[in-house]
Design a protein around this ligand. Structure first.
Ligand code: NAD
Length: 264
């Protein structure tokens, strides 16, 4: 992580952000940079150890951060944890729906219903559940920002992982529709569409697809006109912007951060 900016920037001072899937990869960078910008952060992740380790690191560097173990596909857990966090922090202004999985990489006609449902549960249903339970808190705070992490594969096809595409496409339209539903409450809802970032999710995707990592990397680099795959920080700065008051007039937008992948 490149720490070239300090807390003096303070674009999120006074805001409380909940980040499902905030313990690793892109969510970890989002949590880190939002904390650097002054937000209090709640890392909500299935991976309890990663969430706790990050919360400890952020707390040591002077931020307010806590970790809560949660399966974001389970409504009772989501409801309890969001209520607990709102009580603990006093309010919630930002929700970053970042938890996601790549799902099984098979053509549609070979997919089991359970494989389809597993990806839809994390990538789409959990976005619904976290939004459902966070929105009343955002409204209570007088407004806020929901940031849904979709993908380039919510915009274009990659010719593989069908449930991933379906779920990420759903998230794109959920964002626009929720933007309309909640505009009158000053709750903004936007999606971010990252290109390839070599997190553990992409490592799993490459391995599970039977590809050799060293061969796959140059091919993926070449698919991004700016000259390579991205870094989690590249996405985190977009999330910081959408969470900040500088984005006060941005809602229903799809922020594409993909090194030019979808520009063709
Ligand atoms: P990652 O695997 O590194 O991190 C995902 C995090 O989500 C992990 O901490 C994991 O524990 C958590 N998580 C998974 N299921 C969960 C659940 N049910 N409840 C709570 N937490 C859960 O993946 P990443 O690459 O950082 O992906 C983050 C988001 O960005 C995902 O939504 C992904 O689809 C999206 N995305 C990633 C890329 C990429 O190239 N890495 C590109 C486009 C979009």
């Amino acid at each position: 992580m490149h720490r070239q900016h300090g807390r003096e920037n303070g674009r999120l001072v006074g805001k409380v952000a909940i980040v499902p899937g905030g313990g690793n990869g892109i969510g970890r960078a989002i949590s880190t940079w939002m904390a650097e910008e002054g937000a209090a952060i709640a890392i909500v992740d299935l991976d309890k150890d990663a969430g706790q380790e990050l919360a400890d690191t952020l707390t040591k560097s002077g931020s307010q951060a806590i970790s809560a173990a949660c399966d974001a596909t389970k409504e009772d857990q989501v409801a309890d944890i969001i209520a607990m966090l709102a009580e603990r922090f006093g309010r919630v202004e930002v929700l970053v729906n970042n938890a996601g999985i790549e799902g099984v990489n098979k053509p549609t006609h070979e997919l089991a219903l359970s494989e389809w449902e597993a990806a839809m549960a994390v990538n789409a249903t959990a976005v619904f559940l976290c939004t459902k339970h966070a929105v009343p808190q955002l409204k209570r705070a007088g407004g806020g920002s929901v940031i849904n992490i979709s993908s380039i594969f919510g915009l274009v096809g990659g010719g593989d992982i069908p449930p991933y595409h379906a779920s990420k496409g759903a998230v794109r339209l959920m964002s626009k529709n929720d933007a309309l539903i909640y505009a009158g409450d000053n709750v903004r809802v936007n999606s971010i569409h990252p290109g390839f970032i070599f997190t553990s999710m992409v490592h799993r995707y490459v391995t599970d697809s039977g590809l050799d990592f060293d061969a796959a990397k140059p091919a993926l680099d070449a698919a991004h006109p700016l000259g390579g795959t991205g870094e989690p920080d590249d996405i985190a700065w977009g999330a910081v912007y959408l969470a900040s008051d500088q984005a006060r007039w941005a809602t229903g937008a799809e922020l594409v951060i993909d090194g030019g992948y979808t520009a063709r």
